[in-house]
Design a protein around this ligand. Sequence first.
Ligand code: SR1
Ligand code: MG
Length: 401
Amino acid sequence: MYTPLTEHTVADYVKHTPAVWAVVFQPDDDLVGIDLADGNVNLVFRVHSAADPLGRSVIVKQALPYARIVGESFPMPLERARIEADLLQIEARHCPGLVPRLYHYDDDMHLCVMQDLNQHMIMRKGLVNQTIYPHFAEHIGVFMARTLFYTSDLYLPHDVKKQNMAAHINPGLCKVTEDLVFTDPYMDNPGNVWNPAIDAEAAAIRADDALRAEMFTLKYAFMTKAEALIHGDLHTGSIMVNADDTKVIDPEFAFYGPMAFDIGLVMANLALSHCSQAYHAPDAHTRATYQTWLTDTMRATWHIFEREFRRLWATDLNSQWATDAFREQYIKRVLQETAAFAAAETLRRILGLAHTYDLESIPDLEARADAERRALTIGRRWLMGYRQIESIDDLARVVTD
Ligand code: SR1
Ligand code: MG
């Protein structure tokens, strides 16, 4: 029977789950549960052995019937835990080592037990402290190329692709994205939150019908373009990193959608960090160096994505698509849509319900407003100009100019 776990009950749950207990812990281990939840949506606990807290531990992630940060007024389907368990296994097949290991999924309790990434940190937090991740672009570029290519019509037989689409519908969480990313920020919606210091800019965006038309065109693409099994929420809070390794977490928003939505979220969140460095970086030299790393990482991520995608196209393409001109058009279209979806993510993180730590951790509202205005300008330029983007340099130049 479904019961939300607590710091006091989660250790007992693990102890009575042989698939976890026998694989991770030792027979005489005393277990300790710690509440780690700091995301928007779920319960998250670490359960570790009292004798070896870093060596023998797991993460228990349980869905609530609502979004944790909002409460019961924001219902969310419990079945997202099943979607997450499913995706972690699919992604692990395409990209071994780039997702946490899944130990156990409990369909009654709507929870996953997975590898504790206690040697990694949430990427967004590392970016705030100007941490350089030398392998991030390589890892995330390959992750996106492989997961997107191998779940698309470019690779799969037509009937398998359609069976996969049917098996991975996610209407509840898609609706959250349709509302929070593409709709509410452009309406007078009571859920929207924004810095009062940018009242004028927020009102101008909501009154800009040409911008709203572009945003709704994107929303329509998000709702109808069943291109690949996308992660669906690939921001820097869904990525855990250290100097050597990258793990993509939290695929509960996954469904068959446009490939560029995933790539665009990565680009947008690097750009949001870029804007936030005006406050976070301790001095001008550190700021300039780190901002250069961020835009270099945007370019490298695309280049590595494109290199791997082209490699897969050459080796594993379903023969029905074997036309060079189609390949070139396809890649250019994905790049342009990447800029467009990056715009949607950038704007919603300032005007909508769910903001990011990069900007929210700037305590002075005027300093935050300066960073937010830059981000709004970047988002607007990406959105209104994405059809003119010819190269990743064009996309990244919008952040540096
Ligand atoms: C209430 S859910 C808000 C946001 O958190 C998730 O991480 C998604 O980004 C969603 O839009
Ligand atoms: Mg998440």
